[in-house]
Ligand binder design. Sequence first.
Ligand code: NAP
Length: 226
Amino acid sequence: MKIGIVGSGNMGRSLGILWAEQGHEVFFGSRNAEKGKATAEFAGRGTQGGTNEEAAAFADVILWTARNVMPKHLLSHPEVLASKIIIDCNNQDIPEGFAYPPIVESLAEKLAQDVPQARVVKAFNTMAQEVFELAPEPLKNYGVSVFVAGDDEQAKKIVMGLAQEIGFSPVDCGILRNARLVEGLGDFIRLIIGCQKQGVYATISVNVLPSTSGQRLGGRQTSSLN
Ligand SMILES: NC(=O)c1ccc[n+]([C@@H]2O[C@H](COP(=O)([O-])OP(=O)(O)OC[C@H]3O[C@@H](n4cnc5c(N)ncnc54)[C@H](OP(=O)(O)O)[C@@H]3O)[C@@H](O)[C@H]2O)c1
């Protein structure tokens, strides 16, 4: 698969290297072509680097790491993104005291509105960069969830595959609107990592438990509440 990285910072560099290790063709893009090239040089494994424009034109799948910067402001030809998959890994800026306003529109939905012909998928926003250092081994052993939300089923499947390849356990979170909840999880894990001093390796995962036939507690009874 051809993967373009928009913004060669911590997330872009880490995920780009991990996907290149899996045999994907990766192009590191940046506002500064020299930085994109230097990132590719660091990454090795046949990766290329240059501008964000080049990354977007090269790829079938684009990792968008420029927080809240919309394609029409970053690319001179945003139409190049038509029908491509854009993975939005962004979280909003942390407000003073973690006093977040309610999320009524996710960053991923904003991105999708800016480039309606692209297939935007929310993913990879609920773990710290340091977690990627463990991928794919020994990460695989820990069942760390990547929450994936998007309106295009095929695009979502591809992103889930990309998550699985590098040692994560993808969780289908339904439509793109659910990115509001996924971004809320990203905000929450940063509270736990930063504010509560639990350590950068803290993650949020879905645990699948065995079903029980037991009625020890009376079982689930009819309720009018969800
Ligand atoms: N780091 C983490 O642990 C982590 C984990 C989960 C999610 N996230 C989220 O992922 C996103 C990226 O985080 P990061 O850690 O990779 O940040 P980062 O190291 O600062 O990289 C972000 C990149 O975005 C580009 N960028 C920044 N401002 C821009 C602007 N005004 N216009 C265009 N491009 C701009 C820059 O790329 P160039 O300089 O190459 O142009 C920058 O290197 C953030 O939304 C963050 O909340 C981060």
